[in-house]
Design a protein around this ligand. Structure first.
Ligand code: ATR
Length: 278
């Protein structure tokens, strides 16, 4: 009989000190009493490929990848899911038994699951959405909203060319709107999303008003420190329903955990508190 081998997974980034993922997966392992370890792994861009292959050889089931490796990992993966290919980045890596490496992106899934769980009546289908920002997070959010059946995604970014590039990537359903017209672009939209870093602790706030937003629009932010950003606070003041961004982080971790530790974990208040206090 060989020694009992416990499942290993982790998160790879550079730097990796501030990642919340070990607290998140660690909470689930403990809660479900599962054998397994989820480690924090620092790999610089130079050592990323060799380091990742070493983890596979050591018997890791898979890893999450974060900044700055989310795009680079696509170049060395043997298989790439549609979501990762369309978003152009991966956050969840599977080391398969045959030695191959699979890359998936669960950020869009996490974004949608967070809204579904927190606002069950939310219906993005056949209505426009407004996405503010055109960075890496925006790509996952735009992909997710189109996948959920939004009629169009209006995209506003300070640097217009980045919004245009993203619109070209996703096709005619993504319409670029002027940065200065972002508040007016809320008119008729079912979903209003901030994907910029504005509103994060220590950052300036996102200057918008909600005068033109439909009263049944759902408003969310990918920033979760603070949990209620000035963007969400202004939406609440106008009586709109809001969902904070912490849930996206929690939900994006579900598919990886389920595949590595063979248990579909719950996202609930206990987990939120564990991650907030980590
Ligand atoms: P991420 O991958 O996390 O989305 P990113 O690619 O650096 O990070 O994107 C950050 C987003 O926040 C971008 O949309 C950025 O706008 P620019 O493309 O114009 O840089 C936006 N952002 C950051 N600081 C901003 C500011 N002071 N004003 C307006 N937008 C800002």
């Amino acid at each position: 009989m060989s020694n009992e081998v416990i499942p290993l997974a982790g998160v790879v980034g550079w730097p990796i000190k501030h990642s919340k993922s070990p607290a998140l997966h660690g909470h689930w392992l403990k809660r479900y009493g599962l054998p397994g370890e989820y480690r924090r792994i620092a790999l610089s861009p130079e050592e990323f490929e060799s380091g990742l292959r070493k983890l596979a050889k050591k018997g890791f089931k898979g890893v999450n990848v974060t900044i700055p490796h989310k795009e680079a990992v696509l170049k060395l993966a043997d298989s790439i899911t549609d979501s990762a290919a369309l978003i152009g980045a991966a956050n969840t890596i599977h080391f398969h038994a045959d030695g191959s490496i699979g890359a998936d992106n669960t950020d869009g899934y996490g974004f949608i699951q967070n809204l579904r769980q927190s606002a069950p009546q939310w219906n993005p289908k056949t209505k426009p959405a407004l996405v503010i920002g055109a960075g890496g997070a925006a790509r996952a959010v735009v992909w997710a909203l189109l996948n959920e059946g939004a009629s169009t995604v209006r995209l506003a970014n300070r640097t217009r060319i980045r919004a245009e590039n993203l619109a070209n990537h996703f096709g005619a359903k993504v319409e670029v709107v002027e940065w200065n017209d972002v508040s007016e672009a809320m008119d008729g939209a079912a979903t209003l999303v901030n994907t910029t870093s504005l509103g994060m602790e220590g950052q300036p706030e996102l200057r918008v008003h909600f005068d033109d937003a439909p009263l049944d629009a759902l408003v969310t932010d990918i920033v979760y420190a603070p949990l209620i950003t000035p963007f969400l606070a202004k939406a609440q003041a106008r009586g709109l329903e809001t969902v904070d961004g912490l849930g996206m982080l929690l939900h994006q971790a579900v598919p990886g955990f389920e595949s590595w530790f063979e248990k579909k974990p719950e996202v609930d208040e206990d987990l939120r508190q564990a991650v907030l206090s980590a």
